[in-house]
Design a protein around this ligand. Sequence first.
Ligand code: FA5
Length: 369
Amino acid sequence: MTTKTISVTQTLAQLGVTRPTQASPLFAALRREFDRDAEAAREEAGWKAFRDAWLGRKSGVLAQITENWLKPAPPELKRAVGQALNELRPHVEAVVEARRAAIEAGAEQAAAARERVDLSLPGVERPIGSRHLIRQTFEEIERIFLALGYTVVEGPEIETPYYNFEALNIPEHHPARDTMDTFYLHLPPGITPRLLRTHTSPVQVHAMEAQKPPVRIIVPGKVYRRDNPDATHSFMFHQVEGLAVDTDITFCEFKGTVEYLVTQFFGPTVKTRLRPSYFPFTEPSAEVDASCHVCGGSGCRTCKFSGWIELFGAGMVDPAVYGFVNYDAKRLSGFAFGLGVDRFAMLKYGINDIQLFFQNDVRFLRQFP
Ligand code: FA5
């Protein structure tokens, strides 16, 4: 704050003001000084000092004028000084308040300017994920079958033994149950036992219960077995089941569909062969092999030098299964297959350890964007 050129600590007599006509120019000069001070008060701290200098209760200019000029003024001056002071006070108060409002608005504007979003700045690029290779493989297989007119169906992962075994022609004590070491849920006695499905085949039964023939479905999903984890086994893995049932489906159609799947998935030069096999729910049953896509069939480490790779189990639906779903076994025929999605992906993309799918190491996942 500037030093006052007009001293308000002295009396009027000391300042040489003795006549009423001298009051007015004195106050006019004071007002000019005030206006200069107001102009200089541009931020909050400066404004506070300015306010206190002029309006402070004890040492403010107005208080001192009252104390040092007005009170001791001789009667002939009192009226003129009182009037001038009454004119000055509302001006001082109004300007002090106006400066406060202006400073506050300026601060808000500055804050708003700081916070303004500059739309011309380049954005922050966030890394985006990608679909897991297992999901991509599911989608690839689904795409192949959707083109053939199949629909995608899903089923429960928690099953009853009836759907997982019995209705698939695997009665209790059947040796086929041993090949699928099963996780059973701990449930109170008296409740129907429940298990984690060991394959997607139970969805065949659900689907045939739910719809009349013809049926052409594929069933992607998770399955569970008490297998010890190693490079080709996991206790949770993925399968795609296929089922086609109609009035005139032949073994030929079965073979053609399987070949179509293999060539679409692994490439047009890959050959297919069927080896006799056994599943309680298909008759005849077959193991589908593909010629090794790495060496073309001449023999390498991938195919253990046999030229062939075992792909999946399949066969014509056993008529006994139709009995469980009230389908007419005399009129209908069909085929089914069940493939391991993880092993399909491993073969196609040259992955030598199934555990890589479940470790979620981004260095692995990034290789399959
Ligand atoms: C079945 O699960 C039958 N339901 C398949 C089937 C369906 C046959 C319809 C006939 C008609 P299998 O137990 O062979 O079959 O398993 C199928 C595939 O799952 C295997 O070929 C293999 O690729 C994969 N598989 C089996 N066990 C594991 C495991 N522990 N970890 C990873 N993949 C596995």
